[in-house]
Design a protein around this ligand. Structure first.
Ligand SMILES: [Zn+2]
Length: 344
């Protein structure tokens, strides 16, 4: 895929948090039809660190991955770990200062350092540092988060342009994050201000579902309606198959979720043979079921193994079970994306 065409078609990116999709080799990942992945700036910042990553030629060389890599800014993890008190640190006007829970080393995550780290990782698509917070924000908190997000996005863009020469010199894209919590007018304001600065993509930040698990469609529409039509829109963390279909309908083309692989490891598989698409493979019924997980699936698992085999492997905690389940779930999502691209 040409990087400039990213997001022109629907794309689903699994999370390769530490540089791998858990339980899969890069070859197995490619076999699911995956063309792009998301990796985690914070994890790679601490291990192996940006300097080592640069010496090793970047994440793509290290993984032997010729697809696209999108890095997050690191902000979401750092802020949530600090806010929840799990990590020692402080969020401030310039980003965050925090201590590694393993080594005690002190790290600074600022708009500029976030861009530097993402460049060293060798990402194709960078994300600006944004001020992300918890759920149920007051209007005052949401306004502060929007103001900071805009300010930091501008600093990221200036740094990307002034130090690295921007897209022209690097061939990389820079996307931003739209905040505004559950206030559509703040989402609109944030989207408009970020559009004035100008980015290659606009990502829906914060929480995409409400407390009942429903997509926040009004807020999501406010971002679509107030950002340039020709730039990609990324619904971060979306989500369940039906949520991807709903978000696609209103204009989002880029998706990622940890659910697809996490569910696989816990035996929650997807199947078009089941009415609500969810098949809990560890249920006793499947212990003697010789059919594939999904009769329409063309993945390695469905072509070669039965529900009974995957059931047994997961029941006994065999790593092969995790691999087979992950391959199937990822392929299910990539088939969903292929259907969307075919207009189905
Ligand atoms: Zn399958």
């Amino acid at each position: 895929m040409n990087i400039q065409d990213f997001g022109k078609k629907y794309v689903f990116m699994p999370d390769a948090t530490r540089g791998a999709v858990r339980f899969l080799t890069t070859e197995q990942l490619k076999g699911t039809g995956t063309t792009a992945l998301v990796t985690n700036t914070l994890h790679l910042l601490m291990n192996p660190g940006p300097k080592r990553m640069l010496e090793l030629g970047g994440i793509k060389k290290l993984m032997n991955w010729d697809g696209i890599v999108l890095t997050d800014s690191g902000g979401f993890q750092v802020f949530s770990l600090i806010h929840s008190g799990k990590w020692k640190g402080k969020v401030h006007e310039n980003g965050a200062t925090f201590h590694s829970p393993w080594t005690g080393d002190v790290y600074e995550l600022t708009p500029e350092s976030s861009i530097d780290i993402q460049i060293k990782i060798g990402s194709d698509i960078l994300v600006t540092l944004d001020d992300c917070r918890g759920t149920d924000l007051s209007r005052e908190d949401a306004e502060q988060s929007v103001d900071r997000t805009i300010k930091w996005a501008k600093r990221c863009k200036d740094h990307f342009e002034n130090v690295y020469g921007g897209t022209k010199e690097t061939g990389k894209l820079l996307s931003c994050v739209v905040q505004g919590a559950n206030f559509p007018d703040l989402r609109k304001k944030c989207a408009e201000e970020l559009t004035k600065i100008g980015f290659d993509g606009y990502n829906f930040g914060g929480f995409v579902v409400d407390k009942d698990g429903e997509l926040v469609i009004d807020e999501m529409k406010a971002v679509i309606d107030n950002t340039p039509k020709d730039k990609f829109k990324y619904a971060m963390g979306v989500g369940k198959p039906e949520d991807i279909r709903r978000a696609a309908k209103i204009g989002y083309t880029v998706f990622d979720t940890v659910l697809v692989t996490r569910n696989a490891r816990h035996g929650t598989l997807y199947s078009s043979d089941i009415e609500d698409e969810v098949l809990r493979i560890t249920n006793q019924d499947y212990s003697i079921d010789e059919r594939p997980i999904d009769s329409k699936c063309d993945c390695y698992t469905c072509k070669n193994h039965s529900r009974a085999y995957v059931h047994q492997m997961l029941k006994v905690g065999e790593a092969t079970g995790m691999t087979l389940a992950t391959i199937h779930n990822l392929r299910y999502y990539q088939r969903l994306i292929e259907d969307l691209n075919a207009g189905l």
